[in-house]
Design a protein around this ligand. Structure first.
Ligand code: ADP
Ligand code: MG
Length: 438
């Protein structure tokens, strides 16, 4: 019953947002909340190892979120059934060890937006699904946090499974692999462990391999697993935050094997790709995302798609709760922290210069009174870009454009916002200019 306790459910959903999906699934999903009484929460976990891990790594998080949710001090106590006290039950103890995580069906190729930053790796992943174990083995994907490595890796798994429902795919994060190995050694189940990753496995997807650096026992084990799968022409896909040679504490023979197949890197997406990612995500979620809002979000969150998605979730939640429309003001509000910390602001002057030189007019033309379209359009675009990038107020912008009234600035900005959706030329110009600003 108390697994469903609302306090526990709320706490879990907050924690879920703070962690990687695999961390959350692995360490929080199995927890059963037994009781919440007198300032104490009792959480039942699978075993001692699990308890120790939670205690070392997540206790503070658990405690502080429970406190937040309940607005009171809460003590956390773990409980587990001592396996050694139980009658030997092969199936049950096997369960403790079996921790490989199922694939997330949302991580598929349809949901993955392809752009110049990731088209090579995307093509490599597609090729792997055409002929697993044959084209590129292993496929090694590396790149920064939140750029889609896990998504692509699982998309391979999902696609292979769609084509052949019997195929045995093991998807595992290397941290979990390490833990499984430790548990298997401790419970004397190495044979099972080995066969799970060798004989009973057709495709091995191993995520974030960098964590095995410095773990000698794991590296030896993985080396043999690799050889066995490779020898049987079974596909291996590996992700990492670094190029193999740059993983310190990784054995040379593994580094060299990781380079036997294809190495593909994934870069932060360009502005257009970021906008497309937001639009695709919004449409899956049934949210109408105005074009200027997508642009604004994409301009400010550049290096991490997970953060970009997080902002979109925050924005839609904020608007749903407050009842305000999804617009630039709401977005500005959501992005307050990002906007404040984004460091060097582009100056008004810089933007005026950039726009003037792009249109081959002078900065004094922009500030002056001529209303010819050849001047008026650049002027409005400059105002728009200043509003978006320099964070200046409307009256301030007005002052810097020959003492114009703030209402003139507002209507200029609105007009450009409108044209972003209706006029391809204007959108293209604004995007190009924006790119030279960031
Ligand atoms: P990584 O494993 O590289 O840290 P993830 O694969 O977990 O990154 O991606 C983080 C989030 O961003 C996921 O929700 C993923 O679906 C999304 N994402 C990343 N790249 C893209 C993309 N090109 N198109 C759509 N969604 C993406
Ligand atoms: Mg990942």
């Amino acid at each position: 019953m108390s697994r469903m306790d609302p306090l526990w459910m709320n706490t879990l959903s907050v924690i879920e947002k703070k962690l990687d999906t695999h961390q959350f699934n692995h360490w929080f999903k199995p927890i059963v909340c037994e009781s919440i009484t007198d300032g104490e929460v009792v959480l039942r976990v699978p075993d001692k190892f699990f308890q120790d891990w939670l205690q070392d790594n997540y206790l503070e998080l658990l405690r502080s979120e429970l406190q937040q949710q309940s607005a009171t001090d809460i003590n956390v106590r773990f409980k587990y059934e001592d396996a050694s006290q139980q009658p030997k039950n092969a199936e049950k103890s096997d369960e403790t060890v079996r921790r490989s995580i199922p694939l997330d069906r949302r991580y598929n190729f349809d949901r993955f937006v392809v752009g110049p930053s990731n088209q090579f790796v995307h093509a490599a992943c597609m090729a792997v699904t055409e002929a697993p174990g044959r084209n590129y083995n292993p496929l090694f994907i590396y790149g920064g946090v939140g750029l889609g490595k896990t998504h692509l890796m699982q998309a391979i798994g999902n696609e292979l499974r769609r084509r052949n429902s019997d195929i045995r795919i093991r998807y595992i994060n290397s941290e979990t692999y390490i833990n499984e190995l430790i548990t298997s050694i401790r419970t004397d189940q190495m044979d099972k462990f080995r066969s799970r990753y060798r004989r009973e496995c057709d495709v091995l997807l191993i995520d974030d391999i960098q964590f095995i650096a410095g773990k000698d026992r794991t590296q030896i084990e993985f080396f043999h697993t690799f050889n066995s799968l490779y020898g049987d022409h079974k596909q291996i896909v590996i992700t990492s935050d670094r190029f193999p040679q740059e993983i310190q504490g990784l054995e040379e023979r593994l580094k060299s094997r990781f380079q036997w197949g294809l190495i593909a890197d994934i870069q932060p997406p360009e502005l257009e790709t970021r906008i497309a990612i937001l639009n695709r995500k919004a449409s899956y979620d049934g949210v109408q995302l105005p074009e200027d809002v997508a642009m604004f979000l994409a301009q400010h969150v550049k290096n991490n798609v997970r953060e970009l998605e997080g902002m979109l979730i925050r924005l839609t939640a904020h608007c749903r709760i407050t009842g305000c429309p999804i617009d630039i003001d709401a977005t500005r509000h959501i992005l307050k922290d990002v906007l404040q910390s984004s460091g060097i602001r582009v100056s008004i002057q810089q933007i005026q210069k950039l726009v003037a030189s792009h249109f081959n007019v002078s900065v004094s033309d922009l500030k002056g009174g001529r209303r010819h379209r050849a001047i008026a359009l650049p002027r409005m675009i400059a105002m728009y870009l200043i509003r978006q990038n320099a964070g200046s107020s409307y009256p301030e912008i007005g002052r810097r454009f020959g003492n114009r009234d703030h209402s003139t600035v507002i209507s200029a900005v609105k007009k450009i916002e409108g044209q972003l959706t209706t006029n391809n030329d204007v959108r293209k110009i604004v995007q190009d200019l924006q790119r030279s600003l960031v």
